[in-house]
Design a binder for this molecule. Structure first.
Ligand SMILES: *Cc1c(COP(=O)(O)O)cnc(C)c1O
Length: 356
């Protein structure tokens, strides 16, 4: 049975991409070699890297003063690499605590500067995105998590801010257009919405670098990777290749405007059902609901296991909610189509007829 993949990450990729990725394992770009065994210095892979970089630039309409990097270590490495490269010990940065990933980012940043947590929604189990807090002008940056994968909230409007943003976009990168000029740095682990696990995209404004006095290990310095064009050391070749294919798929399907429209329609379908169905309710407050990760619960928790079993029987995979929210989480990234969500909605309706 073909399954519908609602997993939060590693997550669904477009079927076309998976087919092309499979072909390249046998014969990469007509080289007669598998992509798993080619040199990262081969002209074919250099072309792949250039294409991947160009696609990021093209999709985001990146200004020239931003660099695009493909690094290892996941978004979790960026939690410390960003403050290590951007803050001197006495520099201040603001952070907004909107979930577990934001908390990890805060914890790591504290080792490198004076971290000011300006707002948090933790007291309400991160059901909402905090608003209306003061942002001091003397901050180097304000760190945001654009989409909170675990709690199902998302910024639909960026805060009014006198300082630039540093943003973890791991779970909604390429889901909608972004005005990059407001950001000093954007990072995203690929495995939610842009490719397989193993590579992290970093977009950084070049002139903010080189201003800290501490020693930064070579591999953890953004300039190393800018100068090396993400090939200072062996990059994650296959993950970059598949991310490139996924970005090409996004472009072929209309780019970020088209993704945003599709994602809005998809999210509407499932949230409308959650609001209508007597058995279910949503975790996040409606105005901050994520278009990527839909967290919802049953009023009667004793039915949870049975609903998950029904989902599994229909081939709907990866719907169990994160333990810190409970219930269910439908991750409906770019590659998820309306049809997949409709199957879940049908099941919710059948379940209601039976149980309500
Ligand atoms: C998954 C996730 C992370 C962690 O990413 P890794 O690449 O596993 O380190 C960080 N932030 C957000 C928002 C995530 O969804």
């Amino acid at each position: 049975m073909k399954k519908v993949n609602f997993s939060a990450g590693p997550a669904i990729l477009p079927q076309e991409v998976i087919k092309q990725a499979a072909e390249a394992i046998i014969d990469y770009a007509g080289t007669g070699l598998s992509i798993l065994e080619v040199s990262h210095r081969s002209k074919e892979f250099v072309a792949t890297m250039e294409k991947a970089t160009a696609l990021v630039r093209d999709l985001f309409q990146l200004p020239d003063n931003y660099a695009v990097l493909f690094l290892s270590g996941g978004a979790s490495t960026q939690f410390f690499m960003a403050p290590m490269n951007l803050l001197n010990e006495d520099d201040k940065a603001g952070y907004i605590s909107t979930g577990s990933w934001a908390k990890n980012a805060i914890k790591e940043a504290k080792a490198f500067g004076k971290i000011n947590v300006l707002a948090s929604s933790e007291e309400d189990n991160f059901k909402y995105i905090p608003k209306n807090y003061e942002i001091p002008q003397n901050l180097k940056y304000l760190h945001l998590t654009s989409n909170n994968t675990i709690f199902g909230t998302q910024y639909h409007q960026w805060p009014e801010s006198p300082v630039p943003f540093v943003c973890d976009m791991s779970s909604d990168i390429f889901s909608r257009p972004v005005n990059v000029s407001r950001f000093d740095l954007i990072y995203a682990g690929a495995q939610k919405n842009m490719g397989p696990a193993g590579v992290t995209l970093v977009i950084v404004k070049k002139d903010i670098l080189g201003k800290v006095s501490r020693y930064i290990p070579t591999m953890l310095k953004y300039e190393t990777h800018i100068n090396g064009e993400s090939m200072y050391n062996t990059p994650p070749v296959y993950a970059i290749y598949v991310s490139m294919l996924t970005m090409q798929w996004i472009k072929d399907n209309g780019g970020l405007e088209a993704m945003a429209q599709r994602n809005e329609a998809k999210a509407r379908l499932i949230y409308d059902e959650i609001d209508r169905n007597q058995l279910f309710y949503g975790h996040a407050v409606p105005e901050d609901r994520s278009q990527m990760n839909v967290c919802f619960r049953l009023h009667d928790e004793s039915l949870e296991a049975e609903f998950l079993k029904r989902c599994a029987e229909k081939g709907l995979d990866g719907l169990k909610g994160h333990r810190s929210v409970g219930g269910f989480r439908a991750s409906i990234y770019n590659a998820m189509d309306l049809e997949g969500i409709q199957k879940l909605v049908d099941l919710m309706q059948d379940f209601e007829k039976e149980k309500a």
